[in-house]
Design a protein around this ligand. Sequence first.
Ligand code: SAM
Length: 427
Amino acid sequence: MDFLSSLKNYLNEDLIKKLKNCLESKNIRGLFLNHLKMPKNTFLNKFPLIKQHPYVENGFIFDDNIYDFNKHIYHELGVYYLQEPSAMIVSSLIKPSTRPYKILDLCSAPGGKLIQIAINQPNATIIANDISFKRCQAIIENVERLGLNNVIVTNNDFSKIYNQYLNYFDIIILDAPCSGSGMFRKDSKMIDDWSYNKVLKFANEQKQLLDIAYKMLAKGGKILYSTCSYSYEEDEEVIAYILNKYNDLKHVMLDISKNFYVDKINPYGFHIFPFIFSGEGHYIALLSKDGEQSLSDLPKGEIKKDDYVYLINHSIKITNLNILRYGIKYKKIFNNKDFALTYHYSHSFNLDKLSNVYHINLDIEQLNKYMKGESLKLSENTKINQDNTPCFVLLTYDDVAVSYAKLNGNILKNCLPKYLKNKKYVF
Ligand SMILES: C[S@@+](CC[C@H](N)C(=O)[O-])C[C@H]1O[C@@H](n2cnc3c(N)ncnc32)[C@H](O)[C@@H]1O
């Protein structure tokens, strides 16, 4: 069966035609602002031609003929995350909160849905998991760049360990692996890769993942389910399956769904179609488990592993997890006495913490040199400590943390990770 014929099980001919026409048009670009690093007004003043996302606070839509946000230095400094505008709507369904939620992002890589949740839930502890070790590295890079301090990155197959976490998580994000038809316009390779057999294979996998997500969900907790597939078999049918199986699980009625496409027979979630909203295709449903939620704040901690010390601002049970990143990578210890502060730690200084630490604000020329991997020379009379002993100093640009550098005399030794040096940036 070809892709468009496979949609006849829920869409009429007119809608299929509209979808087909849209698949040939250009995709649109978006970004989610890390407002912990740069307030929205400051960002808007710098980029006045950017448009506010109609549904996502701190979400924006832009024209890449006007702004090159891919290469802009603010991207490297973690001021924003580039994200497709429909994908951004998924996480916006979890409202910002300061509650100490325990969150599991089950299929997290590269971390798009995670970033918005981590920024909007500062007191939550989030396990960002993916079955692919390689793709977990992309989560770690994003966590470091955005300076997130509440994320533990794990590389597990939860179908093998879910019984250690029964009724445990307050929120579970299941952005499920899928056939990817929603991304046809963005990535034409997806069209060649598509087959109806794949749809059925993914539908089966999605049901299994949703099943373990249900088992790990605490009473009163929520599952946010999404796919970037237009296929009914991966969307409504998966939700119908899980709702039929567990009678203490309900779908949450969402106000926002009236702006999109809701199926009449299985009205559990909503489809974002490009002819309704000019992003890519997504299906989103929110489910909740009956019962009273009881939240407990677990103690903060410090973890030493290999030569590194990690800071976990909040805590969570980590039984049987293959942990690749514990919270903030804070410092590297050399020979049990000397140490170096890390890039991740420097990026965790958001606007609120910046005012409490000594930092040197670089001008654009100094920043340019630093990003090339060069050391910087400060004026002779720059003294940070009385006896002039070498120390680490936080560097900033436009009040956004850049990196720690080691100050020795008046030389700021470059401490940027190798993979960031000599990239081409737009300033
Ligand atoms: C749609 S992508 C996730 C995108 C991500 N949530 C984001 O917003 O950037 C699906 C991910 O699921 C992962 N995956 C597939 N099967 C899995 C499983 N059984 N457990 C955990 N992750 C899985 C894939 O490696 C892939 O990274």
